[in-house]
Write a protein that binds this ligand. Structure first.
Ligand SMILES: Nc1ncnc2c1ncn2[C@@H]1O[C@H](COP(=O)(O)OP(=O)(O)OP(=O)(O)O)[C@@H](O)[C@H]1O
Length: 239
């Protein structure tokens, strides 16, 4: 469902490329675990794959569309329709309640809104179904998100990513604040929802102990040819 080739990305303020990746693939329904230490470029890669950052070199094809040929606005639209993201700090909007936060996943995409209605009759009913199945009962739906525990906030973020059945779920270190039992429980809940519609999951973490839960795992340090190259400035200083 996703193929990336010859990716090359350098942050403007950085002396050397952050990512040089010859090839990266995701199959439909695959649950892939991508790991690497802090600063190795995991979030940068996710930003490229999700079309948040424009590509400087190479190509990314997802669901038959070549993302690097789209304008930033079209990439935003494509992302809203086809990618659900769970962020490390969850990015829940504090002025919306948990239910309203989940509904955001539908409000930026007619396609996802249509799919939610087809599943449960309305976006509201689908948001409630997801929250319930992810372990949040009705008493939490209209509270302030600030009053929820980290684990509850994480489930709201997962429901927001899943609503409207986006083909790809990207999870960027969503379990780093939890103990190991809660991490595994959360991942299993995520998988059971993803399985309902054969979603693809790209899960990123520095915690390799989670890898056995996934179909496949990849080390970003092994994948990224920039990881082994010397920074340009260091070379200059050494001369
Ligand atoms: N907006 C930015 N501008 C400049 N450099 C950046 C920017 N974002 C990230 N970088 C640099 O790119 C490199 C990779 O960062 P990135 O956040 O992708 O790593 P990471 O593996 O996700 O780290 P972590 O696990 O700590 O979140 C780092 O050297 C970082 O300083």
């Amino acid at each position: 469902m996703l193929t990336a080739s010859n990716l090359h990305f350098q942050w403007p303020s950085q002396p050397s490329p952050t990512l040089v990746i010859e090839s990266f693939q995701l199959a439909k329904g695959e649950k892939l675990f991508l790991y690497g230490p802090s600063g190795s470029g995991k979030s940068t890669l996710l930003g490229l794959l999700a079309g948040i950052h424009g590509l400087q070199q190479g190509s990314i094809t997802m669901l038959g569309r070549q993302l690097n040929t789209l304008t930033a606005a079209k990439r935003d639209h494509f992302r809203a329709d086809h990618i659900g993201t769970i962020f490390q700090n969850f990015n829940l909007l504090p002025y919306l309640n948990p239910l309203e936060n989940v509904l955001l996943g539908c409000s930026f995409s007619t396609l996802r809104s249509r799919k939610a209605k087809a599943t449960s009759g309305s976006c509201q009913a689908e948001a409630q179904r997801l929250l319930t199945e992810l372990g949040l009962d009705a008493s939490t739906w209209t509270r302030s998100v600030a009053e929820l525990s980290i684990g509850q906030q994480q489930r709201v973020a997962a429901a927001r990513a899943l609503i409207g059945e986006p083909e790809l779920i990207i999870a960027d270190e969503p379990t780093s604040a939890l103990d190991s039992d809660s991490r595994e429980a959360f991942i299993n809940l995520l998988f059971s929802q993803a399985k309902r519609y054969d979603a693809t999951i790209l899960f990123v973490s520095h915690d390799r102990s989670l890898a056995p839960l996934f179909d496949n795992s990849v080390s970003l340090l092994a994948l990224n040819q920039a990881a082994s190259s010397e920074p340009i400035n260091n070379n200059k200083e050494a001369q």
